[in-house]
Design a protein around this ligand. Structure first.
Ligand code: ZN
Length: 88
């Protein structure tokens, strides 16, 4: 495991958090909006691509099941993914 556990997204990457908040406001996703301030970066993407800035806010093993309800919401800073109404 990395030492990135319990690092708040709003503290580490406020511009990313704000872009998510703005997008969710536009989309009127109040159910997701209240999750943003509690998002933590649990681990970084392990694809190895240096230009990849992806990270996870839920342990990736929890979202491996393809049957889980999944949606993608694009913001001006990238794509956020939502699994079973939890921001991923
Ligand atoms: Zn990656």
């Amino acid at each position: 495991m990395t030492t990135l556990q319990n690092l708040k997204l709003t503290y580490l990457l406020p511009e990313v958090a704000n872009s998510i908040i703005e997008k969710l406001k536009i989309d009127k996703r109040r159910d997701l909006l209240k999750q943003v301030e509690d998002l933590s970066i649990v681990c970084l993407c392990e694809c190895g691509d240096e230009s990849c800035g992806s990270f996870y806010t839920i342990d990736p093993s929890e979202t491996k099941d393809d049957q889980i309800k999944h949606e993608g919401i694009s913001t001006n800073l990238g794509l956020i993914e939502v699994y079973e109404d939890r921001i991923y």
